[in-house]
Design a protein around this ligand. Structure first.
Ligand SMILES: *Cc1c(COP(=O)(O)O)cnc(C)c1O
Length: 487
């Protein structure tokens, strides 16, 4: 197909779009209403001013409909199509039994029901809170935040409330330069001044820089451990002591908990607050804007500030066994009701199915896979050995071009150009779900691209549903409905 023919989103031609145009390069799958539609009269008791006389609705047979959605799914790439080593995102496979459990009739529950009539739901939530507290070495957990970033925001608001309660005015949150962008944003949103800490030559926290930054204004240090380079902060116990001596709190960005599962706990390292991304570590759906959950765990002294309501077991035998309560100094609500229940129930099912041994095994395999893959690459891989992920450097090549070219080899590329501590970063996280054969295929794709000339790499992708898109325009002027195409 030549470049001037319509691409994804191009205008349809005459009627008869029964066949998707599956060619190399751009494909076009028409909208249902473009395929075949018919006018339907509308009868409604609503006032004329707000209604139409007729509606144009798609008129398709079941096979046509089924093929439409199958074709759309084939134009996409997901963890069910192939490996998805998108670093820091932990795109692990979501086992389908968790969907079965979330789909049970008893799991479909109206959130406004009287707590006495939803004891089973509360039991599941209490159990998940307990699992997460054990995994993280925390004393209390809220399941309410709907994402990792929302968990960070909750943690920084708890930090604010804690210092205020102690009559202290602490305005600064320290964040290492290798941290996830949400750390900076969450701290700023909670009203703190963000102080960026430079990394040392070994890719870890620079202890001297930390010493210099700590002071009476320090409210919190936010750390990711292993950090986004996949490196464990070996000085974590000293770091925790320094922060606490300065009167600050220590926050653990636990979005990527894979490497620690069943082996080490942030609470034991001296962290006071942490969030968990169940949609990364605990195999719940992730991406495409779907709902996630970012529960937050805290040590005992911070429990009174957790969001309301919380679930607790009622003392003594009998019914009801669980109740909701409002912590005394709660920061309020950070999401509706008890959080994203349908996501949480899947995380609970996953943890229960794996158990202690299974979780530790998943973590070990995630670490083994990252180190194995790093060894296979022709690209330079600074630092190491690694935990759940590693960062290779595309060197002379442009990391974003490398990523697009990898799509032509049928694999999802790594995260690119971040962290900035590595030039042309290719941040790669294979996860525990891939076997050696798949890892070898992945390495072969990386290495094939590493050996290609600039023109080939810079003109990729060629074999995807959409070719090069204008990323800046797509971000600045998103077309969120097909009406925008008409305009
Ligand atoms: C993904 C991620 C986050 C943010 O999580 P969201 O659920 O996307 O808001 C924070 N920190 C790290 C290290 C992450 O990888």
């Amino acid at each position: 197909m030549s470049d001037d023919e319509p691409g994804n989103g191009g205008a349809p031609g005459a009627d008869g779009y029964d066949q998707a145009r599956y060619t190399d390069g751009d494909r076009y799958e028409p909208l249902l209403s473009e395929k075949r539609s018919r006018e339907v009269d509308v009868e409604t008791p609503l006032p004329d001013a707000v209604t139409r006389d007729s509606l144009e609705l798609p008129a398709l047979s079941e096979p046509e409909l089924s093929r439409h959605y199958t074709r759309l799914s084939q134009m996409n790439y997901g963890v069910e199509s192939g490996p998805f080593p998108l670093g820091s995102c932990t795109m692990k496979y979501n086992p389908s039994f968790t969907e079965d459990i979330a789909g049970l009739p008893d799991a479909a529950i109206h959130p406004d029901r009287d707590p006495e009539t939803m004891q089973g739901t509360l039991a599941v939530l209490a159990q998940l809170s307990d699992y997460l507290a054990q995994i993280g070495g925390m004393d209390g957990v809220t399941l309410q935040p709907p994402a990792g970033a929302a968990g960070e925001y909750t943690g920084t608001m708890i930090t604010r409330a804690y210092h205020e309660e102690n009559g202290e005015d602490r305005s600064e949150v320290l964040v290492p330069d290798s941290a996830h962008g949400t750390n900076f944003a969450s701290a700023a949103l909670a009203g703190f001044d963000v102080v960026e800490l430079p990394s040392g030559d070994d890719g870890r926290v620079d202890i001297d820089a930390l010493e210099g930054a700590l002071g009476d204004d320090t409210a919190l240090l936010m750390l990711t451990n292993p950090n986004t380079l996949g490196l464990f902060e070996r000085d974590i116990v000293d770091i925790a002591r320094m922060v606490h001596e300065a009167g600050g709190l220590l926050y653990y960005d636990g979005a990527n908990l894979n490497a620690l599962l069943g082996r080490a706990r942030p609470g034991d390292m001296g962290f006071d607050i942490m969030h968990y991304n169940v949609h990364k570590t605990f195999a719940t759906p992730h991406g495409g804007g779907g709902p996630g959950a970012g529960p937050v765990g805290v040590v005992e002294k911070l429990e009174p500030f957790l969001p309301a309501p919380r679930v607790r077991a009622v003392d003594g035998e009998g019914e009801p066994a669980y109740e909701l309560f409002e912590p005394e100094q709660t920061i309020g609500k950070v999401h509706g009701f008890l959080g994203n229940w349908q996501v949480l129930v899947k995380a609970g099912a996953y943890i229960a199915r794996l158990g202690d041994e299974g979780l530790a095994d998943a973590g070990a395999k995630a670490v083994l896979n990252a180190n194995y893959l790093a060894e296979q690459l022709d690209y330079e891989v600074p630092f190491g050995p690694f935990h759940h992920e590693f960062v290779a450097s595309a060197g002379e090549q442009d990391a974003a071009d490398v990523a697009k070219r990898m799509l032509d080899y049928g694999v999802h590329p790594p995260t690119t150009k971040w962290p900035e501590t590595v030039e042309e970063a290719l941040m790669t996280e294979p996860t525990e779900g891939e076997n050696r054969r798949t890892l070898d295929q992945l390495a072969a794709a990386f290495n094939a691209v590493a050996g290609e000339d600039e023109t080939t790499v810079a003109s990729a992708p060629r074999r995807t549903a959409a070719r090069r898109i204008d990323q800046v325009d797509a971000a600045r002027h998103p077309r969120l409905s097909w009406h925008a195409l008409d305009e």
